[in-house]
Design a protein around this ligand. Sequence first.
Ligand SMILES: *[C@@H]1O[C@H](CO)[C@@H](O)[C@H](O)[C@H]1NC(C)=O
Ligand SMILES: *[C@@H]1O[C@H](CO)[C@@H](O)[C@H](O)[C@H]1NC(C)=O
Length: 315
Amino acid sequence: MPQYKALLFCFFILPVGSFNPFKKIVDFFRTPCDSRDTFNQTDLKRDLENKLFGQHLASKVILKAVTGFMRDPNPTKPLVLSLHGPSGTGKNLVSKIIAQNLFQGGDSSSQVHLFIATHHFPHRELVETYKVQLQQWIRGNVSKCPLSMFIFDEMEKMNPVLSDTIKCHLDHYTHIDGVSFRHAIFLFLSNEGATIINQIVYDYWKEGKQREEIQLNSHGLEIAINRAIFNNKDGGFWRSSLIDSNVVDFFVPFLPLEYKHVLMCIRAEMEAQNLRYDPGVAENMASEMRYFPEKEEIFSVNGCKGVKQRLKFYI
Ligand SMILES: *[C@@H]1O[C@H](CO)[C@@H](O)[C@H](O)[C@H]1NC(C)=O
Ligand SMILES: *[C@@H]1O[C@H](CO)[C@@H](O)[C@H](O)[C@H]1NC(C)=O
């Protein structure tokens, strides 16, 4: 009974005796939570269309998932999305877009928490300390503001002990010491599955098909990603019970970007910096980025990563 075992495990690691008679008083004086008056699906859709390029699958899934979750006054579990794909394809960008649509303060809202595995949890020997900290942070923040967003970047490098700790907050039954996590949002970002995603998109290209024809289910992309994660024996995902307990609502694939998408990123960046769009500059810059496979040079090696930093050298 894996569910039962996981349940015991979660109770075991959660701090006992956190009953606090002053909590009610503290709650009374707490600062109000930051959230937009109403979630607006049209705005989210527009942001995804205008800012995220070449990701027809991710756009669709994210819109559906976030809208469904925000419209449900009584969700039974937190929203858990696992974003997969090569670097520079928009995983961080999507996290930012979601935050901007939920909080006045956008991704710098005090309700948005970003954890980067190698940055926040770098030392193996400190994993027990990290675990306690992480637990307190998730609990503390959710009890203050139920609609809190936790972003875990470099999930493939996350210590499995920490993946398990996170997992404890994701299930249906999770209601610990009066804190319920069902209004929270968890995003996992990782490169795991990137190889298989690249392969699938490349195969489409070779067959002369449009990448927009790639569907999540009909061609088993979601299954393929799942398998890739499972088969990576070093990944934090694989060794933790995150996957097998079905706590992830959607696996969201990010496809490798082509030259034309890089151009779109450059254009968007120019506009964001209030520069007049200059196609010559954009083409020059895009053509100096690296592309793979070596022979055909179709996909940008680093996606749109670095566009912002490089732009100043071209204008
Ligand atoms: C959502 O936003 C759009 C445009 O930003 C606006 O026209 C519409 O009235 C908004 N809908 C709601 C329900 O606020
Ligand atoms: C909320 O999370 C942040 C980390 O993002 C942490 O520093 C802070 O202590 C947490 N707040 C509470 C009340 O636990």
